[in-house]
Design a binder for this molecule. Structure first.
Ligand code: NAP
Length: 304
């Protein structure tokens, strides 16, 4: 692997497209058979913060020939009301996958409602049964961003077995699942977070660094080993040079300086983001296919 000043740029858009085209014949056959996979996004009340994600999910579904439906529940819905809606979607044979858009209005329990989604339709991989499958390394539907990070590492050609992997951030949807996926591949995994005393001490010895925090510029060049693979999950809006009030998106990694040392690196935008959307669509197709649950025999390989 090259360790000069031109790292391998891990192109998330190209990987997303190759995942889509791999699944396209199966999706078209389902459509032909009158079983078009259907993704339902449940939004409770107005949620401006989620609109960009929902637009991306709708666009992704269209590209994949999937049916997309946004179900908007009133902002003053009770937890019981949202549960009822989720149960109806669980029972609807025409619905393949359900995504509960976050954040929810105050007073609604996120975990309780994620638990209500049937594990076989939980296309975000947030139900405890699917998260538990990560511990067993017997996989049901898995969190899309964690899958995306792993797929991008695979794409870089790095074998993680026996390597030092450092995950920065330990959220339930990104950091923790990524750490468990890397552990299942026999990497030596360190997980860093807000209370880590000396972040650089850990990242400097990593062969693979996965950063999922939400802090622009958190990882600088002097925190990364020469030749490391760097996966930047973060998305941050920072002021752009294009004029007052204009913003641009960057990751958690100081891209220009870190890419001079990395052997492979993901850009932001165009890295983890598009692959995450592809993984959501892939999960929807797997759910429509009838994904094995973690306790079923005959698990699929991770990237079947
Ligand atoms: P999150 O739930 O806020 O988790 C952030 C994690 O970072 C927490 O574990 C937090 O630790 C840790 N942290 C905070 N400050 C830190 C510091 N200075 N050093 C080390 N760790 C620190 O966020 P998330 O949902 O995992 O998302 C993380 C980032 O990825 C965000 O920018 C988000 O927008 C982005 N994201 C991107 C995609 C995509 O498709 N590209 C998908 C999902 C998320 P504590 O818990 O101890 O505070």
């Amino acid at each position: 692997m090259s360790t000069d000043t031109s790292p391998l740029l891990l192109d998330g858009r190209a990987l997303a497209e190759s995942i889509r085209s791999e699944f396209e014949p199966e999706v078209l056959a389902m459509v032909e058979a009158g079983r078009r996979p259907r993704l339902v996004v449940v939004q409770v009340g107005e949620n401006d913060a989620a609109q960009a994600y929902i637009r991306g999910q709708r666009r992704g579904a269209e590209k994949w020939h999937l049916d997309f439906h946004l179900e908007v529940l009133p902002g003053d819905s009770t937890e019981g009301g949202v549960r009822k809606a989720l149960r109806a979607l669980n029972a609807d044979k025409g619905v393949s996958g359900i995504l509960l858009s976050l954040p929810l209005p105050d007073g609604l329990g996120t975990r309780a409602l994620q638990h209500e989604i049937h594990p076989s339709k939980d296309v975000e991989g947030v139900h405890p049964e699917n998260l538990g499958g990560l511990l067993w390394a017997r996989y049901g539907l898995l969190p899309c961003t964690a899958l995306a990070a792993l797929a991008l590492i695979d794409k870089s050609g790095i074998e993680v077995e026996g390597k030092e992997a450092v995950v920065v951030g330990h959220s339930e949807i990104v950091g923790k699942p990524v750490a468990l996926l890397l552990l299942a591949r026999n990497a030596t995994v360190t997980v860093c977070h807000k209370f880590t005393a000396d972040l650089a001490e850990h990242t400097k010895r990593a062969d693979v660094v996965v950063v999922a925090v939400g802090k622009a510029g958190l990882i600088a060049a002097d925190m990364v080993k020469q030749g490391a693979v760097v996966i930047d999950v973060g998305i941050n809006a920072v002021p752009s040079d294009e004029g007052p009030g204009r913003m641009r998106l960057v990751g958690d990694v100081a891209f220009d300086e870190v890419s001079a040392k990395a052997s492979a690196i993901t850009p932001v935008p165009g890295g983890v983001g598009p692959v995450t959307v592809a993984m959501l669509m892939r999960n929807t197709v797997l759910a429509a296919r009838g994904m094995p649950r973690p306790d079923d025999p005959g698990q699929l390989p991770l990237f079947a």
